[in-house]
Design a protein around this ligand. Structure first.
Ligand code: ADQ
Length: 439
């Protein structure tokens, strides 16, 4: 079975969102980076359209990308997406921040859905085509594609960390998972550590380490830098002396709770004044039916209330909290207006929020507090680095940022230079160039 597409992307989600009766291209960095490449090669994107049930008919976007929806029903959604992807692989690959669940039915469903994506790919791909598979939900796809169509060049990029072999060994289906990637022509990771962990696992569980590359993903820096304007955000927030921002998907890996505890510690220690400080935490709803996500949300919301109860005055909360997605333009204004950005994940493949904040401070203003366990910490070394497992360490970094210790202007400028040189366009081009060399 062959088709006519010479370049394909396969990802769990299509890069579009339903708006009423029409579709709108989601403004993510991956889409922005890949749109020119897809347009140039009359490319095809294969993914789930976002609602369980029948898949919509294939359609083409205004920029000429053809989209091929894959159907997921309620059982797929539970077993493949909420189950194996997000309650097994996600916690295992984030170093067991919560205990992964090993469930044979979810595993069955995971294989089935990966097979469905594979069938779509092999039906659409022209002889000798290139397919770039994205992320852990499609872990088995490279191996399945190669088995049916060895003529296709298959690249894979893992957007989350790859765990150490001792943790990975817990997985009852470790050999199958490794074999899923072992036959790819190139497997990409954000960090050298993840690439090395994977190579060790591939040797141990499949005997064949494939080619790997460590290429940290980035953002569309020139575009973000050109639109970032603080506007009247600070006035809207009541003109605080210190404006602290947090922006995350509401996920237990992101360390939102220890960040709130650290804020409280700074108040207790007199390093920040609750009367002149405002923190805004924006948390995007995420995976809401998965148990640990519900628990994380409840804990965060309880703690926001606690701090406001203790430190807020009658007319103004200290912590503002919203549980929703915000428009990109508003997000960039908030980044530009914030004195301090708190990015404190327990574990994160990269963390684009940290890079987006840096992109909004070309002038050297602002300060970034960053977890040492975010992939971004390997590049943004001039940030106020903290250990998110130690509330005192986050509080120390926050206090240092508030005092503007060191040379924060030089630090922000150096980080801006880094994200300008290594932006998402370069990331995508470098990966595809490296993949091209494998032919
Ligand atoms: P995520 O875990 O989703 O990504 P991150 O890299 O921070 O984490 O990307 C989140 C994106 O969503 C950012 O572009 C951010 O602007 C946006 N966002 C977050 N909250 C938002 C809100 N409330 N409203 C609107 N937009 C919001 C996974 C991995 C990361 C890796 C990326 C890319 O977990 O480690 O960096 O993939 O590889």
């Amino acid at each position: 079975m062959t088709g006519s597409a010479s370049f394909l992307i396969a990802a769990n989600r299509l890069p579009v969102e339903r708006r009423g009766d029409s579709w709108r291209v989601s403004p993510g960095g991956l889409v922005t980076a890949l749109t020119p490449i897809l347009a140039e090669h009359s490319g095809t994107w294969i993914g789930w359209a976002g609602t369980p049930g029948d898949a919509p008919e294939p359609f083409t976007t205004d920029s000429g990308i053809s989209l091929h929806p894959v159907a997921l029903d309620e059982d797929d959604y539970r077993g493949f997406y909420e189950g194996f992807s997000n309650a097994t692989l996600w916690p295992l690959y984030h170093d067991l921040i919560v205990q992964p669940v090993y469930n044979a039915q979810w595993w069955e469903r995971f294989q089935l859905v990966n097979r469905r994506f594979t069938q779509e790919i092999v039906a659409l791909a022209a002889p000798g085509a290139t397919v770039w598979v994205q992320d852990y939900q499609l872990h088995l796809v490279p191996g399945m594609v190669k088995e049916l169509r060895p003529d296709i060049t298959v690249g894979f990029f893992l957007h989350i960390p790859f765990p150490s072999p001792d943790l990975f060994a817990q997985l009852p289906w470790r050999e199958e998972l490794i074999r899923g990637l072992a036959h790819a022509d190139l497997v990409g990771f954000h960090t050298a550590r993840s690439a090395q962990n994977f190579a060790e696992c591939a040797t141990r569980f499949a005997g064949t380490p494939p080619r790997t590359v460590a290429l940290p993903i980035s953002i569309d820096t020139p575009r973000i830098a050109s639109v970032a304007q603080a506007g009247d955000i600070r006035e809207k927030l009541g003109s605080p002396e210190t404006f602290i921002l947090g922006v995350d998907r509401l996920d237990y890996t992101k360390g939102i709770l220890p960040r709130l505890l650290a804020l409280e510690t700074c108040f207790e220690r007199g390093e920040l004044d609750p009367h002149t400080t405002t923190m805004l935490q924006i948390a995007t709803p995420s995976r809401e039916r998965v148990e640990h996500y519900e628990k994380t949300r409840a804990a965060v919301e309880r703690h926001v209330s606690r701090i406001n109860g203790l430190y807020g005055d009658l007319f103004r909360p200290v912590v503002r909290y919203v549980h929703r997605t915000v428009d990109a333009a508003d997000l960039y204004s908030l980044y530009a207006a914030a004195d301090i950005m708190l990015v404190t994940p327990f574990k994160d493949g990269m963390n684009l929020v940290a890079k987006e904040y840096v992109a909004c401070h070309a002038d050297g203003s602002g300060a970034l507090v960053l977890s040492e366990f975010a992939g971004a910490a390997e590049e943004l070394t001039q940030a106020y680095i903290c250990n998110p497992f130690d509330v005192e360490s986050i509080a120390d970094a926050l206090a240092s940022a508030a005092r503007r210790e060191g040379d924060p202007v030089a630090a922000m400028r150096a980080m801006f230079a880094r994200v300008s040189e290594f932006d998402v366009h370069r990331w995508a081009n470098d990966f595809l160039q490296e993949l091209g060399r494998t032919r």
